[in-house]
Structure formats: C-alpha cells, structure tokens
Design a protein around this ligand. Structure first.
Ligand SMILES: O=c1ccn([C@@H]2O[C@H](COP(=O)(O)OP(=O)(O)O[C@H]3O[C@H](CO)[C@@H](O)[C@H](O)[C@H]3O)[C@@H](O)[C@H]2O)c(=O)[nH]1
Ligand SMILES: [Mn+2]
Length: 740
C-alpha cells in the first residue's frame, strides 16, 4: 500500500493542461472569412471608372478593408486553440518541500512622485511575505529615481517586516500588502482574541510607519540622516540623473541577528540605484533589470527570478508555488523559460471606462498564445529562469540544470565590503563592449523590453506558460484618466512596431523558429499602430462623402449589402458576447469600443508617425512613466466613471476633431434633405455610411458632453474644443469644395 502511494505521487504531474472546445468559434471564423472575401470581391469589382464620383475614395476603402480583413485573420490565431492550466502545489510540497529552489524578486521603481514610496514598499512587503521558505527569498528594489525618500521607505519597511511577516504567516493573511489588508474591512477570525490583539498592534505599527513615510515624502527630505549609513550615499551634488551607484543590503538574510519577532529568518532585502550620468543612456527598465540580474547574481543568485512593477503587489501568497509547479514538473518543466501571470488591477471600476483590464486579452488571447507555444512576457508578474534571461538557448539534449541542485545557501560575511565590490556591476560603463542588452539580459532598443525579450526567448526554442488563477496573483494601479491610457498605449504600440521593423520582426526572425500561430499572435500586437491608418481613413472618408451624397457602399436592396451587414453584425455580436463571457458588462464592452477607437485614432497614429520619424533619425526613444496617483477630484470622477480629459493634448484634438467631423456630416446631410420623403432614398443609397457615422456619433457621446456641456475641471479644455471645431469645419468645407 505504502509503496503504491509513493509511485502514485511520483507519477502525478505538478500541473495539468486542458484545451478549450473551439468548434463553435471555428465555424464562426470560417463564416466571417467568407463574408470578408465577398466584401473584398465587391470592392475590387465595383471601383468607379476614371472620372466617376468617389473613385479614389473607393480605392482607399479597398485598401482599408483589405487591411481589416488581413488583421482579423491574424487575430484569429489568438482564438484558435485555447489552453488552460491547473497547478498542484500540494504535490509540489509533498515531493520537493525541502528542495525548493531559491527565488530572487525584482521590484522596479523610477520616480518617487508618481510612484509614491509608500506604494512601492507595500509591493515589497507583499512579496517578502510569500508563503515560501524565507531563507530562500531575496527581494531587490531597483530605484531609477535614485531617491533617498524611496530608500527611507524601504528602510522603514525592513523594520516593519519583522512584525508583518510573522503576522501574515500566523494568520494566513491575504493579501499580504499591508495597505490593502488594513484598508479593507477584515473578514478574518475577528472572534479570535489573539488575532484581534495582534491585528490591532501590527496595524498600529503600520499606520505609524505610513505616517513617517508620508511626512518625509511631503517635506521631501530626511530629517535624521544619521539613522542609517546608507543616507551618506546622497550628497548635495547627487541628482536623479547624475549619481554614483547606491547599493545597500538592508537585510542580510544570513546574519543570525536578522530575525523577525517570532525568531524566523528574514528574506534578503537590497536597495539598488544604478549609476546614472547625463552622458550615458540608461535604457529604462531593461537597463535596471540587467543591473539587478548582475548584482543579485553575486548575492543570492537564485535560479528563478520574479519581477514586478512597483505598483503590482502580490495578491496571493501562493503564486510562487504555483509558478514552481510549472518549472519543477518532471515531464514538461524543462521546456519552460518563463511563467507569466496576467496583469490585473486593484482600482478598476465596474464598467472599466478606459478598458484598463484588457479583459479579452487576459481571458482569451493569452490562453490562445499559450496554445501556440506560450504567452508573451509582459514585464510584470513573470517568473523567469535566470539562465534563460542570461541568454541560454534551449537544447533538447542538454536539459537545464536541475533547479533542486542550485540551492546552495549564500553567506555574506562582510556586508559593507560586498556592497563596495558589487557597485561596479551597476555602473554606467559596465556594459560597454559587452553583450548585455543584446544577447545577454533584457534587450535594449525598444520601449517594450518585455515583448522583445520574450520573443527572442521563444525564438531560441523555449516555451512559456500562462497561468491565470481565479484569485489574481498580482494587482496593480490602472490608469485613471484618458490621457494616461492613451500615452501608455502610444508607448506600447510604438515599441511593438519598432520590433516589427527590427531584425526581430516575428514574421522574419521567427520563421522556422516558432510556430506560425505564435508568429501571427505576435504580429497582431506588433501591428497595433498601423491599424490607425485604416481606422482614421474610415472615420474621415465615409462621412465626408455622406455629406456630398456620394455613396461608397452597396445599396440596401443590392445582394452585396448582405456580406457587409453580416460581417458588421456578426463581428460585433461575437465581440460583445466574448467580452461578457470574460466577466465584463455590456456597458463595459461599449466603453471598450470607444477606447478601441480612441487608441487607434490617436495613440497608434502618433506612434506610427513617431516610428517613421525615428527611422528617419528625427526622434529619440522615450519612456513616459505611468502615474500611479491621481488627485482627489480625478479619482472621484474615475470612481463615477466620468471621462477625464482636463488637459490639452494633441491626442485629444485628434479624437475630438474626428468626433465633430462625423457629427457635422450627419447633421449636414439631414439638413440637406429637402423633405421627409427623400429620407427613403437616402436610406437606400447611404444606409451603411449613415450607420458608420451614426455609430461614431453614438460612441462619442461622452466626448461631446466633455466638449460642450460639462463645467468641471475634467471637461475638455476650451482650446481643444475650439481647435477641433475649426478642424472639423475646415475638413467639411474643403471636401465640399474639392469633391464635386
Ligand atoms: O526608466 C525606467 C522607466 C520605468 N521603470 C519601471 O518600469 C515599470 C513599468 O513602468 P510603467 O510606467 O508603470 O509602465 P506600464 O506601461 O504600466 O508598464 C508595462 O509596460 C512596460 C513596457 O512598456 C513593462 O516594462 C511593464 O512591466 C508593464 O507593466 C515601473 O515599475 C517603473 O518604475 C524603470 O524602472 N525605469
Ligand atoms: Mn504600470
């Protein structure tokens, strides 16, 4: 009986994979594909003759529709074959509890103003408190802001952790971000007197610490620098972009003194601000990660690395074990380079006004990528094998070294000496004439270091896994204003397009190296920004021709009307169902359509233009860091799901001009109608153009209100309103004069 049991556990896998049933989707996709072909045939065979109305507009529409069809085809790769995983952490624990590998956790921050130190250390504390042997954990904070305020907060966190970690473990606290835990009404063991007492005392300690950190952040300096030797690293000459490497080991896990109040070992805790000099380009987050990889290799050198953005606290103390179920699985673990968890957010509202949650991407598309070889690496909530990040290629013959054997404990005898010795690893010149950023570490050159690094890992033969547990593993701060989300998507779509135009273009570089489905999957994201051209064309030309009463679509009575109607209806009904199936609301779906439009007509368009300028040498690489704070007023409107404009931005001028253009054209054509009876003939010839502009106007309702009705500070600034009215009127007038 006993031996039977052992055999059983030996054969149980650590994770299981299940594929979804895709029959319905495949039938649907085939039917849409036929519809698209018919649309193409119609367009190509009905081009107006030279001299006839609308010939060029028509050819443009043909181009746009070919693009939409092609893009739709690419995006089917995300839906063809969905896979879902389930992990067995109990089996992991039974089999390997004593041999679990070490884990290094990297947290990146870059600006103490928009990434407040209190937020950063809550993330740090949440990952320090993982349900994992503490002597195997090391947490590194990279501070590209080079801020003593952040350092101060981390020092405070190192002290508070002595109380927080044992409290979390004793009462199995979830989540382990103290701000979130104490901020939400506790449902835990309130009846237990011990718990109530511990809760009250730890909460008090937290609030006192929070008070001190907020005070220091507010006054912007450290009152008592003698408190820790580390503050000596900041002198009057150091500034954010110009300072020496600052490396401070705040908790030396191997020090017998470094114990929590229950007498257990604490994880290593390290602060690193790599050297910054104005004359050296620092490669943003990729540069920070690479410095962390090097420095950590000399301290803890764990074979597995988890990295999170400073706002992405751990929401589940079990995630490390979940991730290890993948890496340590005897059958399939050795093929896996990284395990990616979805990005989810703490502060989203019911109808997700800005489409922050990227719901369908998280719940459908990434499962689809997994079916083709693995999800992309998306920069946060991702566990990597260190060796892979350091450039190791996959080889069938040579299995990666057993994780269980890379478990030697680290011992630091002289902290100060070690800090001094390692500083050089984070200097500006260390990477000169090396392979860092090229073959080793995260890749440089594009502002989406994550996507390009993941792609090159896939291309060197590795797989990855997407794990999307019911309880989100990480929660971050989502954008709270329209401007923020548009700026973020500009950076993403620009970076992705740069990858497409680089030597890592998935369609060329990936050919023969990765599955064709994965090439299509990557291409869908990398080609976000060229989408803008077709969408902008569709938002300008049909309404202008509507105003001129020139029809660009089949008449309602024509059979060619059917494929258009069919594709438009089927695609939107499917997408609404998919969205709701993924847990969204109908209003949420409608909001997402609006954001879809805004991204394509502003972020993606500007990203496209900037990429072209960059190719021509006119533009530099930028990384606009997303703000993780909002002032009270903005936060309130976000809660109420009222769109936040508030500032002037070229992106707002773009979306407003297009919204007004469609509105003017629609009003214009209705005014031009002599009588109600001509409505019938307008409908017969112009139904689809009216539908396109009508949908445009309907989706833009909140924007019109922001332009003309609202009075609060979140409305559209009047300069944007004025500019957009002028642009839209100009476009209408010029086209009326030109298109005769
Ligand atoms: O010079 C820099 C710039 C940024 N960061 C950090 O990078 C992270 C991501 O920056 P954020 O402004 O929050 O950008 P997001 O668009 O929210 O980030 C997403 O997209 C990035 C790629 O564009 C990925 O790196 C991120 O992991 C992913 O969450 C944050 O922790 C920053 O502190 C640095 O460490 N150094
Ligand atoms: Mn972010």
């Amino acid at each position: 009986m006993g031996s039977n049991n052992i055999n059983k556990t030996e054969y149980l896998p650590l994770f299981r994979t299940r594929t979804g049933n895709r029959l319905f989707h495949r039938l649907y996709a085939a039917a849409i594909f036929v519809g698209i072909l018919l649309i193409w045939i119609y367009r190509a065979t009905h081009i107006p003759k030279p001299g006839e109305d609308g010939r060029w507009a028509w050819i443009g529409l043909l181009g746009a529709e070919i693009w939409f069809g092609f893009y739709w085809f690419l995006s089917q790769s995300h839906r063809w074959n969905l896979v879902y995983h389930e992990t067995f952490p109990d089996t992991l624990s039974q089999r390997y509890e004593e041999e679990l590998p070490k884990l290094d956790i990297f947290v990146c921050t870059a600006d103490p103003t928009i990434e407040p130190p209190i937020l950063v250390i809550n993330t740090v504390l949440s990952v320090m408190a993982y349900d994992y042997p503490t002597h195997k954990l090391s947490v590194y904070l990279s501070d590209d802001g080079g801020s003593e305020l952040t350092f101060y907060a981390l020092l405070e966190a190192s002290r508070f952790s002595k109380h927080w970690l044992p409290f979390c473990k004793k009462y199995k606290v979830e989540p382990r971000s103290p701000a979130v835990y104490f901020g939400s009404p506790s449902q835990h063991q309130v009846s237990d007197a011990n718990y109530a007492q511990d809760f009250a005392s730890v909460k008090k300690l937290y609030e006192e610490m929070e008070g001190r950190i907020e005070l220091v952040t507010k006054i912007g300096r450290i009152p008592n620098k003698a408190e820790h030797k580390g503050f000596a690293s900041w002198d009057s000459s150091s500034s954010r972009g110009n300072h020496d490497t600052i490396l401070q080991i705040l908790i030396n896990g191997s020090d017998p003194e470094a114990k929590d109040i229950a007498g257990s070992t604490l994880p290593y805790l390290v602060y690193l601000a790599r050297e910054k000099r104005p004359q050296h380009f620092h490669n943003f987050k990729a540069g920070a990660m690479n410095a962390l990889i090097r420095v950590s290799s000399e301290i803890s050198n764990a074979p597995i690395i988890l990295n999170v953005d400073c706002d992405m606290y751990s929401n589940s103390s079990q995630s490390v074990r979940d991730a290890l179920c993948f890496f340590m699985d005897e059958q399939k673990g050795h093929e896996l380079a990284f395990v990616q968890f979805p990005q989810k957010f703490k502060n989203t509202t019911r109808n997700d006004l800005y489409g922050n949650e990227l719901r369908v991407i998280a719940e459908v598309e990434f499962h689809g990528l997994d079916g083709h070889g693995g999800p992309m690496y998306i920069g946060t909530g991702c566990f990597h094998r260190r060796e892979v990040l350091c450039g190791r290629k996959f080889s069938k013959e040579r299995r990666i070294d057993d994780l269980k054997r890379q478990n030697n404990e680290c011992k630091i005898s002289n902290v100060h000496e070690l800090e001094e010795r390692l500083k050089n690893l984070a200097s500006c010149t260390y990477e000169e004439n090396s392979q860092w950023g090229k073959e080793v570490g995260l890749k440089y050159g594009v502002p989406v270091e994550d996507v390009i690094t993941g792609l090159s890992i896939h291309c060197s033969g590795w797989r990855s896994a997407y794990y999307n547990p019911a309880r989100p593993a990480f929660l971050g701060v989502a954008a709270t204003s329209l401007d923020q989300i548009l700026v973020q998507h500009k950076r993403w779509s620009e970076g992705d397009l740069q990858i497409y135009l680089s030597k890592y273009c998935p369609a060329l570089y990936g050919l023969g190296k990765i599955n064709i489905g994965l090439i299509m999957g990557y291409s869908t994201y990398c080609l976000w920004s060229p989408n803008s051209l077709a969408v902008v064309y569709y938002s300008i030309i049909p309404p202008l021709y509507l105003l001129k009463s020139i029809s660009l679509f089949p008449q309602v009575s024509s059979v060619w009307f059917l494929p258009f109607a069919y594709v438009i209806i089927a695609v939107h009904v499917y997408s609404a169902f998919e969205f709701i199936y993924c847990g969204g609301t109908f209003v949420g779906w409608w909001n997402e359509q609006r954001i879809w439009l805004y991204k394509r007509t502003s972020s993606y368009l500007l990203a496209f233009v900037d990429t072209v300028l960059k190719l021509l040498g006119y533009s530099d690489m930028k990384f606009v860091i997303s703000s993780k704070v909002a002032d009270e007023d903005v936060a309130r409107r976000f809660e109420e799901e009222v769109m936040e404009f508030g500032i002037t931005s070229p992106m707002f001028t773009l979306i407003s001009s297009l919204a007004l253009l469609n509105l003017f054209c629609l009003i214009g054509i209705l005014l031009k109608l002599g009588s109600i009876s001509s409505l019938g003939s307008l409908y017969e010839t112009m139904a689809l153009q009216i539908l396109v502009s009508g949908a445009f106007v309907a989706i833009n309702l909140p924007l019109y209100i922001g332009l003309f009705v609202r009075k609060d500070p979140g409305r559209m600034p009047s300069s944007v309103t004025a500019k957009s009215v002028i642009f839209a009127l100009l476009a209408c007038t010029i086209s009326t004069l030109l298109v005769q």
